[in-house]
Design a protein. Structure first.
Ligand code: NAD
Length: 507
């Protein structure tokens, strides 16, 4: 396989978005030379950011021309729990009293010349604002998943990155694993035929209740935490405030430390967890925005004051003529396989010797009715992705790629905002469907969700009556073999009797 070609095709397919542009040097506030140091400022130095600090320190140690230069958090922090402002400053080699580089208001860092990159690892409701402000200030952006909290924000970020010509990586680390691009290439060559359906999962089971394992400490209080800045209600993206006012949401340690449990700050497992798998699955399948989405689920056990469900499933249908199911519970961690089903074969993603790859399980096209079969004993060729993602190696690889792209002024990162917005839209429409109790359509022109209706089913029924041809995924260049029906001869006996004439007369 020509991996370069694969990558190019993959990105071409992302025509649905990925404007893989090389930036004119003039678009940079500061033009980086090959040997210039790339200064990173960390915005929101909580749990996840500790990994990012570690990766940037490693890049620095390996003389990759990167260095941590500033940190921002609205909480003083705590050494024992290993998070927050002053603890993180120390890790980055900054002094707690260095008021220029160790701040509680991220805006102070945006004017700093030595900051080339902002790493946004705050809670979800701050992602869009920080990314857009960073881009407007001439910084490139590594932003954690989910890319934003709302669909409107995701598109505001896509627009801002284009407008300001900035390089952005959305922190879905699995995108650093080449296996998804390999699967995409395999699929678009027609090797599994028409893509019908894919399924993925993120099952967990926590005795404490999902996300309650983020420890609360007494020193999380209004004197150490800038609560207004956490809520974000004084800030907006396109006129929409980031969060609720303190009268709606008074200071509460559980809300601060376990914000994932509450709708104003995230989308529960729909956006927090499903977005990981959705991003790499849509990349592999060759689809981007869904046409129709349903979100199901409920809080079936975790009655601990949370807003977000502990059982949830998203069903996304695509114009390309396929479906993606993303499902999980937080109260039982028995998984389902991660697979992509085509007419001719199934790709089953799995690990062998610590390396993710996919097993190609061929289909036998049966003739008659069949009962559901067991997958036990199914075997096929295993194609390894060749990448060991042990010990957060995928996040490191994503950083390496991002830094290379920053230096090369190349917007074509391994996890572009265009891909991120499509994945986020899918899972967020799941939240909207779940909360509104409606099926959601995606309005491509307006770039927003809309209430669904019966037109989706009617569209496919008409296609069938018209004996139309199947649509294929983006970039598909296989032959028609995997998209055909083989009707038996007697099928010619079917059809409407017009004016009493037997359509099968000539048979
Ligand atoms: N890619 C992954 O595998 C992965 C894993 C965990 C978390 N994440 C993502 O990383 C982000 C952070 O998650 P976390 O688990 O570290 O949460 P966290 O609560 O531990 O950290 C968030 C930090 O942001 C700070 N903060 C809040 N508002 C801020 C503001 N206005 N300005 C500056 N700092 C602010 C908080 O004080 C806190 O220290 C989330 O978006 C989450 O989805 C990704």
């Amino acid at each position: 396989m020509n991996s370069e070609l694969g990558r190019r095709d993959f990105m071409k397919a992302a025509a649905v978005g990925a404007a893989a542009a090389t930036l004119p040097a003039s678009s940079y506030g500061k033009v980086l030379g090959a040997n210039d140091r790339i200064g990173v400022a960390f915005l929101g130095v909580g749990g996840r950011c500790q990994a990012h600090i570690g990766h940037v320190l490693r890049l620095q140690k390996e003389n990759k021309g990167v260095a941590p230069v500033a940190v921002c958090d609205i909480w003083d922090g705590n050494k024992e729990v290993g998070r927050g402002l002053y603890y993180s400053a120390e890790r980055c080699g900054l002094k707690a009293d260095d008021a220029a580089h160790v701040v509680k208001d991220y805006r102070k860092l945006l004017d700093m010349k030595e900051v080339d990159v902002v790493c946004v690892a705050s809670p979800d409701h701050w992602h869009a604002k920080m990314s857009i402000d960073g881009a407007a200030a001439g910084k490139d952006v590594y932003c954690e998943k989910p890319m934003t909290r709302t669909i409107e924000e995701a598109h505001a970020v896509v627009d801002a990155m284009k407008k300001y010509n900035r390089v952005m990586t959305v922190g879905v680390q699995s995108m650093a694993n080449p296996v998804w691009r390999m699967a995409y290439e395999y699929i678009t060559e027609g090797k599994i035929g028409h893509v019908a359906q894919a399924q993925t999962q993120y099952y967990r089971n926590s005795s404490m209740g999902q996300w309650r394992y983020y420890k609360l400490t007494k020193d999380m209080n209004p004197s150490t935490i800038d609560w207004d800045m956490f809520l974000g209600y004084k800030f907006n993206v396109n006129g929409v405030p980031l969060g609720p006012t303190p009268d709606k949401m008074p200071f509460d340690r559980a809300v601060y430390g376990q914000w994932r449990c509450y709708w104003p700050f995230g989308g529960g497992m729909f956006t927090d967890l499903f977005v990981h798998q959705t991003t790499h699955m849509i990349a592999a399948m060759g689809v981007r925005y869904p046409a129709r989405v349903i979100g199901g689920g409920g809080i079936y056990l975790e009655y601990d004051g949370r807003d977000v469900p502990d059982v949830a499933t998203v069903v996304a249908d695509y114009d390309e003529g396929c479906q993606l199911i993303i499902t999980a519970t937080m109260i039982n961690d028995h998984i389902i396989d991660e697979v992509i089903r085509g007419r001719l074969a199934t790709l089953k993603f799995d690990r062998r010797d610590g390396k993710l790859g996919f097993e190609v399980l061929p289909q036998k096209l049966g003739g008659g009715p069949a009962v559901p079969k067991s997958a036990a004993g199914e075997k096929g060729e295993f194609i390894s992705g060749g990448f060991t993602d042990a010990k957060d190696a995928d996040t490191y690889a994503l950083w390496e790629n991002f830094i290379t792209c920053v230096r090369g002024k190349n917007r074509d990162t391994l996890s572009t905002p265009e891909l991120g917005a499509a994945a986020f839209t899918t899972v967020n429409l799941g939240v909207q469907s779940y909360r509104k109790g409606e099926v959601m359509f995606w309005d491509k022109e307006q770039r927003r969700g809309a209430s669904g209706n019966g037109s989706w089913a009617a569209h496919w029924e008409k296609r069938s009556k018209d004996h139309g041809k199947p649509n294929e995924v983006i970039g598909y260049h296989g032959d028609a073999k995997g998209s055909e029906l083989f009707p038996p001869d007697y099928q010619k006996l079917g059809g409407p009797w017009v004016n009493g004439k037997d359509p099968g007369e000539k048979v």
